[in-house]
Design a protein around this ligand. Sequence first.
Ligand code: SIN
Ligand code: FE
Length: 337
Amino acid sequence: MRARDRHLPDGYVVTAALARVGYDFPALTSGPPCSRRKIVPDPFSAPIAILDLDTWQPTVSKDETARYARNLESGGVLVLPRLGFGLTDDERRFLDVRWSDGKAKNISLDGDAIKGAQGSAGDLAKMTAMVARFATQASGLVAQLFPRYAPYLKRARTSYRPHPASGRNVSWRKDDARLHVDAFPSRPNHGERILRVFCNVNPNGEARVWRVGEGFEAMAQRLLPRVRRMLPAEAGMLHALHVTKSRRSEYDHLMLGLHDAAKADASYQTDSPQQEVRFLPGTTWICYSDQVMHAASSGQYMFEQTIHLPIEALYEPERSPLAVLERVTGRVLALRA
Ligand code: SIN
Ligand code: FE
């Protein structure tokens, strides 16, 4: 089913939010400059905001930054339908799964080393340059949109994902086609944020399709009662056994518990409030993936940049998952720096 578009006299297009319909974000390369799209999101789901920007180094006013930050930090998704990641003619051949080593889920760049890829030394060097260019542009975009973040922004892994988003034979816990917030078992983050920039580079017109679920607090209220308390010796033991790279905080424990509780519950997956969002090729989107309930339904060929931000970098720290979980549980869940 498609969203229904209503053309208004002033040139805006309002997409009516019907129950469980998808949004399309077409590349706005044609049409008069006034043909901006304004989407009215489903009031029960995360706010989807459209940014009409076509450069990785945009100039934005203080007011725009404030609006975008409010949306992002409230668990929204910022969608830039006119901002694509440009590949050179030579790089387009990398849009093929044969460059994956077949073992790792993604091709990734962590520091200077490319992982999960195969090819000649020359090809690997070119792939590294391509992924590194995405890393530079994606982090530059975030610093430009949110000047307050710039000094805190820690660039983490960059991934190029040549495989189809779903259909791989994985366990329910690893199945990202189920609604979840991101939480990583071996890498405790003590409340530090996970901001991600995505770009669909599919050459065949195929959208990346997500389901975006209910707000973080509503999800936490519903699923927290199913998450057991962390045992007194648990964090120390996991660290000593090298299951975790540092000591797991109670925050990390609860986030993993919420991740698992959502993915394990078939009726939560189908019946909780959600909307389908279709990111067309040439679209970039940004969200806090530790806060937005998301599931990747389909699509192929995407870049993704992970950025870590400490709580003190936020415009409104009280909206963070750590603050929300501390409010809901009435406990301190992670030690502040
Ligand atoms: C995820 O972050 O869960 C998957 C996103 C995607 O592959 O589109
Ligand atoms: Fe995820």
